[in-house]
Design a protein around this ligand. Sequence first.
Ligand code: SF4
Ligand code: SF4
Length: 430
Amino acid sequence: MSTIDSLRKHVHHLSVDIGPRGSTTPEEKRAAAYAEDIYKGLDLTPITEIFAGAKSAWSPFTISTFLVLVAEIVFLFGGLYGAVIASLVTAFVLASLILELSFKSNPLRWILPKGLSQNVSVAVEPASEIKQTIVIVGHIDTHRTPISHRSLRWFSIFNRLTTLTFVSAILLLLIFGVQIFIAFEILRLITIILCIPVLAIFLMAISADFTPYSFGANDNASGAALTMALAEKLAKEQKLFCKIALMGSADAKANAEIMEEYKVLIDKGQEFIKKYGLTSHDKIRDAAIKFCLSNPDVHSVCPTLNSFEDLEAFTALSGTRLDAEGNAMLADYESGLGRYYCRHACGHCEGSCPQGIPVNTIMRYFHYFAAQGREKYAMEKYSALSRNRADFCADCTESSCEKACPYGVLTRPLLAVAHHNLSFDNPLYT
Ligand code: SF4
Ligand code: SF4
């Protein structure tokens, strides 16, 4: 069975045979059991984790806004004690929401109606050494169809109302607190106005749980089905995905030549990695930073930080210099792979391209994509280049940019691959 047929089969089973699979429902459990069976049939070892989850994603909104509305009523009719109780309840709600937004446990979570739910996970081991681990997630449960998800306009209204509700709750807490000490009649009226967005969110949230589940492809079946179909494909082929995209081109011969050149780059890269025992990108990155710091004219470097681990790694490099081993490695990198690396902020070759292609800018975006793991950002930047993108490079017969480059960078194949990756134009992953 082809991957597409397998995908269709899983979508059909999840969305038609089982049907809507609300969180913590028996249908969700059946869908998890189905995924587990599929993985077991592939001789994989699935792990099913059972946990207590909220029955509805909407209940935190419903409960918190309901409590604020109750606080308002108590405030309006309860005199001094009412103001004290309203302050305490609103403070409780706000503290819980702030903790919730920081993904921390909070009292609101403890009182949510819960049921048992489950995650099913599986690892597909590669045939050889692991070079990269990719986690692919598909939701197995089905969402409801609240008014806030009816259109982008409604979603935007909902988003704004939630912000307004949060701000209103803060202002309500302040007013409730002030009223304990000094009674201002005007403030009582203001609290009624502040409760309008709170009431709106309450109504939207409570009505959401009475709406039908979404159906067809929108019921999340496609994401869950994809993870199963992919597991089948990978288990058969025992291949790992990597980030390098092969591409199609209008000219098959040009395409073949480009891929041949690109393959040389990959092979050379692998040789280099083996020679220096580079089990991670860190060693060469550290050497590059030290190289910059070794230059007496450089006072600081400004690297991209993607995680706290990066921050720690870069901080540890402060004040260091390149040693003999690092020097040798970088020199070797330059002599073996320098032709595949476009120097940042150079642009020397750009005037020679008859199409006016911004070679250096595109190569920099490709660096974000391939070396820094910022694929989405790189693709956005590339798509914002309104003209003179690298569409022509695959079929360019002049390669004048290549001839003009003082470092001999193989710009044409690199630009062609960059274009196909950054524009997601007919990509094939291998
Ligand atoms: S490969 Fe050709 S079209 Fe592309 S930048 Fe170089 S000269 Fe211009
Ligand atoms: S390809 Fe060569 S000349 Fe062109 S920008 Fe890159 S390093 Fe400079």
